[in-house]
Design a protein around this ligand. Sequence first.
Ligand SMILES: [Zn+2]
Length: 320
Amino acid sequence: MILRRLIVAVPVIMLLTLVSFATVPSPQVGDAVRFAGLSFDEKAVVAAETAAPTVEPTPTQVPSPTVTLTPIPTSTRPPTPTATRDLRLQSARVPILMYHYLSVPPPDADVYRLDLSVTPANFEAQMKYLKAEGYTPIRVSDLSASMLEGKPLPKKPIILTFDDGYADNYEFAFPILKKYKFVATFFVVAGFIDEKRPGYMNWDQLEEMAIEGNEIGSHTLSHPDLKGKSAVVQDTEIAGAKLLIESRIGTPVTSFCYPASKYDSRTLATLRSTGYLAAVTEISGTRQTLDKILELQRIRVRGSYSVADFAYWIKYWLSK
Ligand SMILES: [Zn+2]
């Protein structure tokens, strides 16, 4: 494990350099050979000098064999259907809950922080409710596997997502999730984690959560609004975050969350070309469709919600 971490512990700057390579022409094969310290040209010259001259044989025309037609036996088996069944799931009703802070907000918290903060006690009550109601939490990657490959969904699937990668997610949400044997998807701002920004989780914590079955998704490198941003910025933020998380914790990153739910057609194209399979928005709803797999709908869990409010809004959005 330590060895692997050493091997993958590539500084962010190298990753960003790799990303920038995507926008410039690839080095030629000859460059790679020179970089590897091999003298390709010298070997080629020696080979050319020592090789004996070869005489190409003159092709001779041979008569074509006479083909005897034999009757094809009539099969009694029904013909194999030529069309293969499409296993992809076109649509599914799956609530994707959106959390941010999972802690008692500080005394000086403003209205936004209060709204984004769910207390550990409320979160536990919500998980207890989901268990009692027979919901099965899955990850965003499970939903994309279901939609893209036909992997079956459990009965009453639900997805718990946490945006931004706050330290309280590990401290308070993770133990409660383990207690209920639930899994969640954590969308982290990879650059904040990598610079060890106070108030955010660290790579060891994320790796531990991933080992327990949680998914670590990408929420970009530095949390910009992506809408209207240049190709270079979008490539760096989207591909760079994926490379960074994958190199640090060793798990594939296939799910994405748009900062502030802001994106454009370039964002969608960049996600597709860099290997993401699904992305979540702040569009309210539970109607998830294959053609909008990069625009999955969510339900915001507000800090003010009682368990009754929580239950009400899940049922409300399931009925819409
Ligand atoms: Zn965010």
